[in-house]
Structure formats: structure tokens, C-alpha cells
Design a protein around this ligand. Structure first.
Ligand SMILES: [Zn+2]
Length: 443
């Protein structure tokens, strides 16, 4: 057997030991980290990773990347999640401003941009949970940037207009001029906003919320120069997102929401109490399944929406997961009944320091813990991990990491201050079917 050029970490957190017998490490890496093999000695490899070297057992490594990596990036108030499979890159929301773009270009994929020639960062799929600026505003600076190549953009189908008065609810069907404005109470939202043609129509008709108009223009412009393949709407009518059936790289993505009022025909949604509740409540709800592990990304769902979903899925609730992003940045507007159906081991709150919503709210934090699985459930917060003001720098304090190979699952955040021999505050789920959660790589 020849010595491999490189290997990947096969355990939640791997210690690069100073010597084979040493208890102390030069550094630690998370599951699926790429490590250059320097030499081998019996059952051991000497490896290099992130500028440090050390010894690892061969049984703690794999010859190829196999894990799902999820990065909850601190973008201040908002959501921005980067997902990597061994073959694909996915974004779910992009925050409001440029933090995600700076993270991708300034650190995460800087190496791609430094390849010889004019290189672009390929993002296979971009999901926009809903068209609130703290979720999609930052995507404008990514889709509009010549250094990115985008596959498909998926959205929930409810466009935004400049006039949010009672006369102009979200989701007017621009193609046939159907509106939901009537003399009586509004009960439904209708929208045919779907593909690139309807994006062009919306731009032509006008009257859009400026950030939303900028987003559509960026999508259309990128499409016209061949830098973006397509845009399309998702609803719960699809069993899975096209291309994410669980075959191939193993990732299945099911759009559990938004749930149309009927299973066929024109797409209509129930009207919730106001504009904001309606737009938030019909967020994309994405269930990610990777072998035995499941994650739920529920956008900005609110209590009304969660009750609507519980009612819709009453016969067989699909919501129990290992990791959940807290809906709506940890707003108080949640359903305890819905939360109790998630039963995650870990919940991630994505919110900012400097906002006047009090995200994450005290009751959302407390309830997330109360309705989790296990004796020591994990609550993560991009905000508690400190803000990401220096997004161009190497350390991202607010970045919350998830790694799973479908069985093992690790959640980790960097220490707030550098620590000799250890980089990650890391926790792992038990793989023996119990509800155990332990800290990783403890000698
Ligand atoms: Zn939001």
C-alpha cells in the first residue's frame, strides 16, 4: 500500500497529537477536515491541517470526504446557512447585508478564487426561505457578484411590494391580475411567481419593494449572462427538491412548507393575521435527511403557521429532527405544541446583537431547552458566540458548525480566544441509540 496524499477526519473532533503516545495535541479538526499526509508509521499517520501537524490513528481517518457540513454563519439579525456535501454547495438564506458574501469570498472559498485564471465560486442551490430582507438582502451581493456561479434559486413564491398597506397584500398574482383585495376580510394569498419569466414579469409590472426588486434584477441579470441556471418555487407538493432525493451524495431535502390550501391547481396560501405574519408564515420549511440524521430549517415560522403545519401533517408529523434552527430568530411568537414535536438534540438561534426585537427571546430559549431530547440538550446562538464584525478575518466567533456522516453528529463552535492544542468547543451525539450528548475529544 502506498501512503495516501491526504485523508479526512472520520470522528467528530480529531486531535492531532504531538507524538503517537502524547496526550496533548497541536490542534484539533472537525469531522471530514482535509489533512495532508506527511508520513506513516504502523497504525498512525502524521498529518498537516490548517498549518499544524500531528499524529492521528489511521482508524480515525477516511480516504474520502463523506460528511454533510452545515455552517450557521453569524450575519447579525438574520439567517444565513451554508451547507456542503462532498459534491455540492448550498445556501439557505444570506442575511441582510454582505457578511455571507465576505465569509464566502474572504475566507471560506478564498482558495477557489486564488486558483489560476478567472475562477468562480460555484453554489449549486440557493434557497430563499422568504422575502424578508434579513434573509435575502445579502444574496443580492452574492448573485450580483461576477465571482459566483449559481445553479438554481428556490423560493417560497410570495413577492413583496413597496405598498404594504391593507390594499396591497403580498402575493398578488401579477400574471392574471388576480388580487386578494376585496371589500371583505382577506383569507387567501395567491401568487404565480415561480420561474425566470415570472421574475421578468414582476420587474416589468413594477411597484416592488426595492430590495426585492434588486434581488430579482440580480437574478435576471445573472441568468442572462449564463451565471445562474434557473429560479423556481417550492411548495410542499414536491416530495423532495429536484436533485435532492437522497441518492448520489446522500442528501435528501423535503420542502415541508409552504403548504398550499389545495394539493393541485393554482397555488394559494391562507392569509395569516397581517402582511408580515403571512410572508413569514409561508417560509420554506426544509427537512434535510442525511442517512440517519435530520435537520430542520424553518425560516421565520410563527405560531399561526406552526399550528397550520401541525394541522396539515396531523396524520404523520414529519418534524422530529436531530438539529433545528430556531424559527424566526427565537421570536416569542411560537407554538409550544409545534416545538414539542421537533425534539431536537441541538437548536441553533441565528440573530443579531443590535436589534429591537429582543431575539432570541427568553421564552424561546427556555422552551427550546425544555422540549429538546436528552438530559443535556444543546442551545447554540450565533449572537452569544459574539458578532461577526470582522468577517474577512480567519476566526468567526458566531459561526455554529454541524457535521454529520449520517450516524455520528457533531456540533461545534470555535473558542472565543485561541487555546493551545484545541480549537473547537465540540459536542457529539451518541451513536448507540441513546440520547447521550458528550463533549468531543476529551482525554
Ligand atoms: Zn427574519
Amino acid at each position: 500500500m502506498t501512503t495516501p496524499d491526504h485523508v479526512y477526519a472520520a470522528v467528530p473532533e480529531l486531535r492531532l497529537r504531538r507524538t503517537q503516545r502524547s496526550k496533548s495535541a497541536n490542534t484539533t479538526v472537525l469531522m471530514d477536515a482535509w489533512m495532508k499526509v506527511v508520513s506513516e508509521d504502523g497504525d498512525w499517520y502524521q498529518v498537516e491541517a490548517f498549518g499544524k501537524d500531528g499524529w492521528v490513528k489511521k482508524t480515525e481517518t477516511r480516504p474520502s470526504a463523506t460528511a454533510l457540513k452545515v455552517f450557521f454563519v453569524d450575519v447579525g439579525q438574520g439567517d444565513a446557512v451554508l451547507i456542503e456535501t462532498p459534491q455540492r454547495r448550498i445556501l439557505v438564506d444570506g442575511g441582510q447585508y454582505s457578511a455571507m458574501r465576505r465569509y464566502l469570498m474572504g475566507w471560506k472559498y478564498k482558495w477557489v478564487l486564488n486558483l489560476p485564471g478567472h475562477q468562480r465560486i460555484r453554489i449549486d442551490d440557493v434557497f430563499v426561505s422568504h422575502f424578508d430582507a434579513d434573509h435575502f438582502g445579502g444574496l443580492v451581493s452574492i448573485i450580483g457578484n461576477d465571482r459566483f456561479k449559481i445553479g438554481r434559486v428556490w423560493h417560497a413564491g410570495i413577492p413583496r411590494y413597496a405598498d404594504t398597506s391593507s390594499k396591497r397584500p403580498p402575493g398578488i398574482d401579477t400574471e392574471v391580475g388576480r388580487t386578494n383585495v376585496g371589500s371583505g376580510a382577506r383569507t387567501k394569498v395567491t401568487s404565480s411567481f415561480d420561474d425566470i419569466d415570472s421574475a421578468r414579469n414582476l420587474l416589468a409590472v413594477g411597484g416592488l419593494m426595492p430590495t426585492f426588486r434588486n434581488f430579482l434584477q440580480a437574478v435576471v441579470d445573472a441568468h442572462d449572462v449564463g451565471r445562474l441556471d434557473s429560479i423556481g418555487r417550492l411548495t410542499s407538493r414536491s416530495d423532495h427538491v429536484p436533485g435532492y432525493s437522497g441518492n448520489g451524495d446522500g442528501l435528501k431535502i423535503e420542502p415541508l412548507g409552504p403548504v398550499p390550501l389545495s394539493s393541485t391547481g393554482i397555488v394559494q396560501y391562507p392569509w395569516f393575521s397581517d402582511n408580515s405574519h403571512t410572508v413569514n408564515g409561508h417560509s420554506l420549511v426544509l427537512l434535510l435527511t442525511f442517512d440517519q440524521r435530520r435537520l430542520l430549517l424553518g425560516g421565520d415560522l410563527n405560531r399561526e403557521a406552526e399550528e397550520y403545519l401541525l394541522n396539515h401533517y396531523a396524520a404523520s408529523l414529519p418534524f422530529q429532527v436531530d438539529v433545528a434552527k430556531a424559527c424566526h430568530h427565537g421570536s416569542s411568537d411560537f407554538s409550544v405544541d409545534f416545538l414539542s414535536k421537533l425534539e431536537p438534540y441541538a437548536t441553533v438561534f441565528s440573530s443579531g446583537d443590535n436589534e429591537n426585537y429582543a431575539h432570541p427571546s427568553a421564552d424561546a430559549l427556555g422552551s427550546a431547552g425544555k422540549y429538546s431530547r436528552g438530559d443535556r440538550p444543546l442551545i447554540w446562538s450565533t449572537e452569544i458566540g459574539r458578532s461577526n464584525k470582522n468577517a474577512g478575518e480567519e476566526i468567526h466567533y458566531g459561526l455554529v458548525n454541524c457535521r454529520t456522516d449520517g450516524k455520528q453528529l457533531a456540533m461545534a463552535q470555535m473558542f472565543e480566544k485561541r487555546k493551545a492544542g484545541d480549537v473547537w468547543d465540540c459536542y457529539q451525539l451518541a451513536t448507540d441509540g441513546s440520547d447521550g450528548i458528550t463533549r468531543c475529544a476529551q482525554d
